[in-house]
Design a protein around this ligand. Structure first.
Ligand code: AMP
Ligand code: MG
Length: 486
């Protein structure tokens, strides 16, 4: 085990130099308080659970202290925001505090979000608020438990430093971990600024340090695009399978590692709604739930564009053309598991689509439907679920098809339930649950947040006394408008 003072570093990104980032000291928040800490994230750095109470962690999170021999850096990048190109973005309120290597040889960027002004702050104040920091913490750690690739969250600290959003709020910070913070937007910045030498330096870093398996390919950068297409397609497939709506899929929020990254006004669906828009600034629904797959492709083409000086366009296009099939395959695999379907059959995609159309029409809960489907033998489960559908005849028709698809299933109900429950969470990170935890935390009571995080850390296992976390939202909690000012 390590302590925060004995971690080891390897500056893979920092060594790229000043064309890639600016050395900036964090500006500390006042009277910091530890709000929540993730023990499983601590373990990634070989830090014991007791680190949560180590004053050093609070010093690090508040920006009061950072590692003496590692210069904190704000990264420069650009990106397409809602389809329009912004030539320079960068870490406007975040700093890469250090690149840690753990005992397993894994690399973890330690990134402090809300650390104050940087050369990339534009009109912002360099701060993050408690509300958005808690939201990012919960989402990262929850997606991870669902098995969805994501950046991780180490801890959140609150303070007495006041900032202005729609109202006065306290400034908070979040420590985020990821093997790399490189985004599609990094490539775009050097490509559109015609900084070829730096673009090639970036290529070398990403290939050598993040995708070494691509180095032996005939064209490593083509192999890189294939790998990024695959990871992105698989991550988005799982977003769709579990009802995660990212909300701000700009290219500067797209991780080169295919991680779910940069959490803003995200939402997990309660009622299943294809056209759900979670970002209330997204007036045209560019990033609506049912646009995410297409937007993933759009973003990948923006990334591929940055490779056009190095790889033939036809080759890039060929690789991009593979995206839809990879995505669909990963999605169907996840949905078959959620529905408890064994093997693969021709009509599976249609069976899923028909069900979702009906769930959408009847506003059926996207989490509990699957959980309940596994709870009882198929026919009994369907008979019970039928009550949730408005068009009973259509649901009966679907049920008959589903029963026919299940005829060869020779598992015992115990086996079937165990397999389905292992992929269908009972406890979902619902917006209203987050809201309750945030409001208490804003009043200085972190207990509801800790309890929510605790329950959600085993989302597939029914826990005693936790029935209230497994319910559909009350009316007030169904249509919460999530501010994207974070
Ligand atoms: P986001 O919407 O969080 O992905 O941020 C988009 C860009 O705005 C990034 O360059 C952020 O660093 C920057 N940004 C967001 N909020 C702030 C803030 N409060 N202060 C400075 N920069 C910010
Ligand atoms: Mg961002």
């Amino acid at each position: 085990m390590k302590s925060l003072d004995t971690l080891e570093f390897e500056p893979r990104f920092a060594r790229l130099g000043d064309a890639f980032s600016a050395v900036i000291k964090p500006s500390a928040i006042e009277q910091p308080q530890m709000v929540i800490c993730s023990q499983s994230a601590l373990a990634l750095l070989d830090l014991p659970a007791s680190t949560a109470d180590d004053p050093r962690l609070l010093q690090l999170a508040s920006g009061e202290w950072y590692w003496p021999n590692v210069a904190p850096r704000a990264m420069v990048y650009s990106g397409h925001q809602f389809g329009g190109y912004t030539p320079r973005l960068g870490d406007g309120r975040g700093l890469l505090l250090g690149e840690v290597v753990n005992s397993a040889g894994e690399h973890w960027d330690v990134h402090l979000k809300g650390a104050g002004l940087t050369p990339f702050s534009r009109t912002g104040d360099g701060r993050a608020v408690l509300r958005s920091s808690i939201r990012e913490f919960l989402a990262s750690e929850y997606l991870h438990t669902l098995g969805i690739a994501t950046s991780r969250a180490l801890c959140v600290a609150d303070s007495k430093t006041m900032v202005w959003r729609e109202q006065r709020e306290t400034a908070a910070t979040l420590i985020r971990l990821a093997p790399s913070h490189i985004r599609f937007g990094h490539f775009e910045y050097f490509y559109y600024n015609q900084k070829n030498a730096e673009l090639e330096q970036l290529h070398a870093h990403v290939l050598n340090d993040l995708y070494p398996e691509c180095l032996s390919a005939d064209e490593p950068l083509a192999a890189l695009l294939s790998a990024v297409v695959k990871r992105t397609a698989e991550t988005i497939a799982l977003w769709q399978a579990y009802g995660f709506c990212h909300g701000v899929m700009n290219t500067d929020n797209m991780s080169i590692l295919g991680l779910t990254f940069d959490f803003g006004p995200y939402a997990f669906l309660d009622d299943f709604k294809q056209a759900h828009i979670c970002n209330h600034s997204d007036h045209h629904g560019r990033y609506a739930f049912n646009q995410q797959v297409a937007m993933g492709y759009w973003n990948l083409t923006a990334f591929a564009e940055t490779l056009t000086r190095h790889v033939a366009v036809e080759r890039l296009q060929n690789i991009l053309d593979g995206y839809a099939a990879i995505q669909q395959q990963a999605y169907l695999t996840a949905m078959r598991a959620r529905l408890g379907l064994l093997g693969e059959q021709e009509g599976d995609a249609l069976l899923v689509d028909k069900l979702l159309a009906q769930m959408d029409h009847s506003a059926v809960d996207y989490t509990l439907f699957f959980r309940h489907l596994g709870e009882l033998p198929v026919a009994e489960a369907l008979a019970k679920l039928r009550d949730d559908f408005i068009n009973r005849a259509a649901f009966d028709e679907w049920s008959a098809e589903f029963m026919a698809r299940n005829v060869d299933d020779s598992r015992s109900q115990e086996q079937r339930r165990a397999q389905m429950h292992a992929v269908n969470p009972l406890y979902m990170l619902r917006n209203y649950l987050i809201q309750i935890a945030i409001e208490a935390a804003e009043d200085g009571d972190y207990a509801p947040l800790h309890r929510l995080h605790q329950v959600l850390s085993s989302p597939f296992t029914e826990q005693e006394g936790c029935a209230e976390y497994a319910q559909r939202p009350p009316d007030w909690g169904k249509h919460l408008s999530i501010s994207c000012s974070s």
